[in-house]
Design a protein around this ligand. Structure first.
Ligand code: MRU
Length: 355
């Protein structure tokens, strides 16, 4: 039982979904209620809720919520509407595979439902299950990740792969919460993560709540910081891991992996199996979201670049598998040979660890 604050970002409330508005953090802590499927779509598309697992959880609740008010005459008609709404929500963001994974899991859950009432209840249970499961999964990832660090290590991260990006604990940030619980000192160096500053606004905020030692730097300070502060390792989350281990994550991750190689320090990816997409063969096949130019030309709503300037704003990049020292999942740590090792994780029995 933790005695320190680990914030949560999504809650099911029977008639609606409540989320922590991640757009407003850290200056305003605001919870908003999502009542319709359009509210859920908007919350995902505008990053009010973000981070691959949290997107999946919210979308699952959104689909269950929408389906709870269907007044179709047959279960087949119910399933047809469900698939339409599944496709609508799937359009909210393209890169994080957890969105499609969660939605498809709900659709599959009612494949054999015999009544509309049964289908409605099953969808809600499945969405709750996805969230409960993710908390456990993140804790396991944290345990595995923590085994890779020594007390006193200084670890760099980018974006926010923390508690508010998941059900709880996070992926890349989970080891820092578990270290805190066990009284192990680790220091985190968080990149601010332009353009929308998930590192500065979210990672710094949530780690500080929990009393984890965190130091904020701007993205262009990474190389100097690795050298001057003798960073021991880099750990990041993922939005989609291809079958061969190529990993899409927040823009800037690829650069950090190149720096890790150059400095001879390990580069770790921490992610649940729900982020591994065996149907995507390599990173070449991962769709990379490009977002609105305003995210680059403006900072906190204030213009910082000339009007009309050309902008390129990819939200993610792909780190090639050869730059990844290890992929840390809830089922253990995989090093190299990803092409065969990743598929075999799915067949592996759950490894219950005492914590
Ligand atoms: O655009 P975002 O903020 O949704 O991007 C999030 C990331 O890149 C995270 O690292 C990733 O989703 C993992 S969250 C556990």
């Amino acid at each position: 039982m933790s005695t320190f604050a680990i914030p949560r970002s999504v809650e099911w409330r029977e008639t609606h979904v409540t989320i922590l508005n991640q757009q407003k953090l850290p200056t305003v802590t605001e919870y908003i209620d999502l009542h319709t499927i359009e509210d859920v779509y908007d919350a995902i598309a505008t990053l009010k809720v973000r981070g691959a697992p949290a997107i999946g959880i919210t979308a699952a609740y959104g689909l269950a919520l929408a389906a709870s008010s269907y007044d179709t005459e047959s279960v087949d008609e119910f399933r047809r509407r469900l698939k339409q709404d599944r496709d609508y929500l799937a359009g909210a963001r393209p890169t994080a595979v957890n969105l499609f994974w969660a939605l498809d899991r709900l659709v599959a859950a009612v494949e054999n439902a015999v009544s509309i009432n049964e289908a409605k209840t099953t969808l809600i249970h499945e969405a709750i299950h996805i969230q409960v499961e993710d908390e456990d999964v993140c804790r396991r990832i944290g345990e595995h990740a923590l085994s890779l660090f020594q007390p006193g290590d200084r670890v760099m991260t980018i974006c926010n792969a923390g508690s508010i990006a998941t059900a709880r604990y996070g992926t890349a940030l989970a080891p820092f919460y578990l270290a805190k619980e066990k009284g192990i000192e680790l220091s985190v160096y968080a990149l601010e993560t332009r353009p929308v500053l998930q590192g500065a606004r979210l990672t710094a905020w949530e780690l500080m709540q929990a009393g984890v030692d965190v130091t904020l730097i701007t993205d262009n300070m990474a190389a100097q910081t690795i050298k001057a502060k003798q960073i021991n390792a880099i750990i990041v989350g993922a939005d989609r891991i291809a079958r061969n281990g190529d990993t899409a994550n927040k823009i800037g991750t690829f650069g950090l992996a190149l720096l890790a190689k150059s400095f001879g320090i390990p580069f770790y990816v921490a992610a649940p199996l729900s982020t591994i997409d065996l149907a995507t063969k390599t990173g070449e096949d991962i769709p990379i979201e490009e977002r609105h130019p305003d995210e680059v030309t403006h900072l906190a709503g204030v213009r910082i670049a000339p009007e009309g300037v050309h902008v390129y704003n990819p939200a993610f990049d792909v780190t090639p598998n050869e730059l990844i020292t290890a992929i840390i999942t809830e089922k253990g740590i995989v090093r190299s040979n990803y092409e065969t090792a990743l598929p075999s994780l799915f067949a592996k029995e759950e490894h219950h660890e005492t914590v």
